[in-house]
Design a binder for this molecule. Structure first.
Ligand code: NAD
Length: 430
């Protein structure tokens, strides 16, 4: 044990870190760089993304008019392999957010030991303002604009907030039409009919579940003893609710952008899915108490899974979080300063770069299957995912215990350490 390492950093006078994703990502890197004694040249290199691309995305509206949005694609690092990361459609998408998400992808891929670097992309758009046809035209134009950046050996996009397998299919088609032949390996998270992987759809949620179970095991708590609250009922949160419910946990609260639901005795995700299909939101589900997203975070539960957006647990609410475990399904839901408060209060935070790495792990499986044109069974995918994630958890937990670090610091130590090692091994060009 070398607890003095952490204490030194904790005690050091430092100005408070802001709540934005980029400030959070940089502060996490800076902290671990100091803890691990990272070479200053490598540290400085890793603070900045390798490449950023800002594009203008004009597209035709259904009424014949033209709309123009700003799009982004950032490669944070490609030292260990091609860049990998999702594409987000959200009004808050901006360069700094995409840079933060790309940096987290770099560490995430290194932690689970897959040969990718980190990327992210997005368009600053509110998808609720557009028809499916408009989203298709916007997607195809965005894909054309980022075409020089992407490719199976260069950068492989995937779904993120408000993007899905249909959107991945349009990107794959746009890229393939430009190439003159089918290139399935250019995106992951696409439909199985065009080279998608079995198990990719639920992979992030499944990984979140494995990480919760590994944490419970460490704490000596039974799976069927815990209550869970989940913020965000999308691809990650919605399926996590189902998996955790099926495994015997009591899912007491869920929410989407419209608001949330609470039922102390537990909610039935299958019934909520049916309701959501008809109503378009979890809100109004019969037999549950309506709550706000803010209330959900502070609800009395054992496990909190923020699975929507970044920056929802801040210094304003961190001391009111009642969960014993916070498992970050979303990227960056806990700010740097809030993380310190949770840590001081003994709340175990399973950090995003470990907790939600199941998605990119199965994306890696999908890319491998596409390149080999040889496809695996769902059981094979899920088994390999579980092995990789449980192994990553053990490594992070062992390092945290050994050095007296938080799980987040230990995860960053491993991720940053592997990327730094690759940099030093390759040497600085030219
Ligand atoms: P999604 O679009 O499928 O679902 C997002 C959910 O969050 C929706 O239910 C939406 O209504 C809700 N939401 C949006 N804004 C909200 C707000 N302000 N407050 C509360 N709820 C809100 O997106 P997703 O793919 O499930 O991604 C969710 C998070 O998980 C993101 O942070 C994403 O980066 C991260 N993530 C996703 C994957 C993946 O494979 N999809 C992998 C790793 C991490």
């Amino acid at each position: 044990m070398e607890p003095e390492l952490e204490t030194d950093v904790e005690k050091a006078e430092r100005p408070p870190v802001g709540d934005s994703a980029w400030e959070t990502a940089l502060a996490q890197l800076d902290e671990v760089a100091e803890l691990m004694g990272l070479a200053p040249g490598v540290h400085e290199t890793l603070r900045a993304p390798k490449r950023t691309l800002i594009v203008s995305v004009p597209f035709r509206m259904d009424d014949g008019s033209t709309r123009v949005y700003q799009g982004y694609r950032v490669h944070h690092n490609v030292t260990r392999g091609p860049a990998k990361g999702g594409i987000r459609y959200h009004p808050a998408v901006g360069l700094d957010e995409v840079k933060a998400l790309a940096m987290w992808m770099t560490w995430k891929c290194a932690i689970v030991g897959i040969p990718f670097g980190g990327a992210k992309g997005g368009v600053s758009v509110d998808v609720r303002d557009h028809s499916r046809a408009e989203i298709e035209r916007m997607t195809r134009r965005y894909a054309s604009e980022i075409l020089p950046f992407i490719g199976p050996e260069k950068d492989i996009p995937a779904p993120d907030m408000n993007t899905n397998e249909e959107i991945m299919a349009w990107i794959m088609d746009t890229y393939s039409m430009n190439s003159g032949y089918s290139v399935p390996g250019v995106v992951t998270g696409k439909p199985v009919s065009i080279g998608g992987s079995k198990g990719r759809g639920g992979a992030t949620s499944r990984g979140v579940m494995y990480m919760i179970f590994s944490t419970l095991k460490q704490l000596g708590i039974g799976i069927d003893e815990v209550s869970v609250a989940i913020q965000g009922y999308g691809k990650v949160g919605g399926f996590a609710a189902q998996l955790l419910h099926d495994a015997g946990c009591r899912v007491v609260a869920v929410s989407d952008v419209e608001g949330g639901l609470y039922r102390e005795k537990g909610l039935d995700p299958e019934a909520i899915n049916r309701h959501k299909q008809e109503a378009g939101s979890v809100l109004g589900f019969p037999g549950a108490e309506p709550i706000t997203n803010e209330e959900l975070l502070e609800i009395d539960c054992d496990v909190l899974v923020p699975a929507a957006i970044e920056g929802v647990v801040t210094i304003k609410n961190a001391d009111r979080i009642q969960a014993k475990i916070v498992c970050e399904g979303a990227n960056g839901p806990v700010t740097f300063e809030a993380d310190k408060i949770l840590n001081d209060r003994g709340v175990v935070v399973v950090p995003d770069i470990l907790a939600n790495s199941g998605g990119v792990t199965v994306s890696y499986f999908e890319w491998v299957q596409d390149i080999q044109a040889y496809f695996w069974s769902e059981e094979e995918v899920n088994d390999r995912l579980r092995d990789i994630m449980e192994d990553a958890f053990s490594q992070v937990h062992a390092l945290a215990t050994d050095k007296g670090l938080s799980m987040r610091q230990a995860a960053h130590w491993i991720g940053v350490g592997r990327v730094a090692e690759a940099h030093l091994t390759r040497g600085l060009f030219p």
